[in-house]
Each structure stands twice: as C-alpha cells, then as structure tokens.
Design a protein around this ligand. Sequence first.
Ligand code: ADE
Length: 418
Amino acid sequence: MDCDVKDLGLAEKGRARIEWADQEMRVLAQIRGRFEKEKPLAGIRIGACLHVTTETANLLRTLVAGGAVVAVCASNPLSTQDDAAAALCEDDIADVYAIKGEDNETYYGHINAVLDTRPQITMDDGMDLVATLHKERRDQLSDLIGGTEETTTGVIRLRAMQTGGVLAYPIVAVNDADTKHLFDNRFGTGQSTIDGIVRATNRLLAGRTLVVCGYGQCGRGVASRARGMGARVIVTEVDALRALEAVMEGFEAMPIREACRIGDVFVTVTGDTSILRREHFDAMKDGAVLANSGHFDVEIDKSALAEMATDVRRIREFVDEYKLPDGRRLNLLAEGRLVNLAAAEGHPAAVMDMSFANQALAVEWIVQQRGKLEPKVYGVPAEIDREVAGLKLAAMGIDIDELTEEQAAYLSSWEHGT
Ligand code: ADE
C-alpha cells in the first residue's frame, strides 16, 4: 500500500488492539461476513477522512471485505492511533496517510493524497475532504457517486452547502441516524470525554464543579457521566428548550459569564466558535482546566489565551499551563482539540459498532442507488437504522416483544376513545 504513517514497527501492537476492538463490534462483523460473500462494493474506490483508530480499522476491513479499494487520512491532526495506522498499512487494508501530531500542512497533504486516488465515494468526519474537493479539485467531482458524513459539525457544513446550492453530489448524513447520534454522541462522547480529561490530568472530579457548554446529545452525555463521577455539573446553553431540559434533568443552568467564576473544569461541546474567550479567562479560578470535545479546535479561544499569558509550559503530556499576569494558571488540554481522541482513545468500540454499521450500510445503499440520487444531503434510510438497532440487540443477546394483532390494530385505528 502507499502509506505515510509514523512507524510500521507499531503494526503488531495495532493488530492486537484492532482485534480487541473487533470483539465489541459484532454488528459490523456480521455485515463484514455478508459483504465477504456478496461483494456489494466490488471495485468501488472509497476515500475516507476519519479518525484513524482501531474502530475505524474495523470499518475499513468491512469495506474492503465488500470489494472496495480504500484510502484513508486523518480527520484531525491529533486523533490518529499510530499503531492502528501501521497495521492497516502493513495488512494491505488501505492506503493510509495519518500521523498523530501532524502539522496543518501535512494534514492537508494527506487529504490530497487520498483525493489523488480519485475516490468515487467519500467518507468524511467533519467535511474537510468534501470541502477540499469542492474548493480545489472540482475536476474530480464528476467521479463521485456519493459520500457519507459521520459527525454533527460536518452535517451542519453540508447543509450550508446544500442551502448555498454548491453541493455537487449526494451525501448521506450518517450522524442523523438514531442508532448513531442517540448512542455515539451521547454515551460515546460522555464516556470518552471524561476518559480524556482524567487521563490528561489525573484530577479528581468528585466534589468539583464541571461546566458543560452545550447541551446537545454530546453535552448530555458529558453532563450525565460527570455527575456519575460525583461532580457538581453546570450547563450553559443558548437554546431555552435545551436549558430547560438540563434543569429538569437536575443540572444547574446559567450563562458562561457566571459559570466561568465557579468552574473547576470546563468542557465545550457546542460545535460553534469562541465559546470560552478572553472575558471568561479573566474571571476563571486559578488552576481551572479547559477541555474541548467539539469537532474543531475553535471553541476555546487559544489565541486570546496565548496573548494574555506571560508564560506557557507543557506541564503534562496533554496539558499546557497558561500563566496569567496576576499569577493564575489556566490549563488547556490537548491544544483545545478533541480531548477524547487526543488524550484518550475516542469512543469505545461497542458504540462505534453502531455508527460504523450505519457507515458500511450507507455506502452499500449509495452504490445500489447509483445514478438515482440528487446532489443533496440524505438521511440514513429508516430500514438501515432499524436493522442496526435489531442487530445490536441481537448481538447483546437481548430479545424484545412484538405487537399482538390486537395491539397493532388498536394503534392503526382512530375509533377507540374514552
Ligand atoms: N469518533 C469518536 N470516537 C471514535 C473512534 N473510537 N473511532 C473513530 N472515530 C471516532
């Protein structure tokens, strides 16, 4: 394979960890078994821009089992697991262009290396691949059958492209499947964000005040898991309905300008920009920890922090201590990038199983629909969502009830009343 990875010597470790993740990815394994027999993706070139992790490795193995030819690059400069990247390359699964800690130039070089393989299907996490195609490599757009998008931020960007009339090919918003965002965003982000903060800092969360900025599915997950660790949890929101839900869930809600004075740990999960900024840094307590779990590193204003600081030092592997003129120290984790993937290992395999089952089945659907789709954002077909939920329950050994004939008839009639 053509690869730019950190060290092929890490392949053996990566292979073992990919197998470990696979033990928890039983839905994907079933799809892989079927793909091996049916080859629904025979000869299809897929260009993927995803977090290169052990879970992603199992998705790529599934696509290749289905007959696809795959090239992958990182969807974040800090999220690559170098051992998984090495194993993917050495085991001839995919062309791999991903090195943890790569600079911006290498990051975009790697995106272009994937595009050099002239993909017919794109698989994106954050929409950087699609944006590069549309901005810089328009001559390739006619090769595209379709694409998929993994994350909320990417779907928001895609919808903006559709509204602006510039989206050139159909893309399935995998994020919007119920079996994706209700589980991965909530339980995955919840656990892996706490995991990242704890691995980076080894700070005790019990008895501390943790501020969650944003109460979407990701924010809900972080807030509930932080409460489970014994933290006092404050939620900040701009949406009244979400703030109300947080309050009724038992969390405190208040504006960031108030929360910033009392928080010990801050987590941004809004998908928007400049959430924690100069005026908040001015009011924070000495020793406050700042972490981001939103897709891009724009939620914590790093430039303002750097301008305000008299000194910056890397005090632990994923902790930069910014010293302010009055002596207060603010600790930024993972350079403000996704703390769960940079300082920990991202979402656990059991939850990525469902997200990536949706990815694999969405790609199969795109190939089946070839030539019939318009250049717009599609939801994951409801049958796929239901199939993934059913397969996951079966993999967990859980059976559920079926409606009786009487119950089904009752639900479809309007005549019954008081
Ligand atoms: N996004 C969040 N967690 C992930 C993981 N473990 N692998 C790939 N993408 C992810």
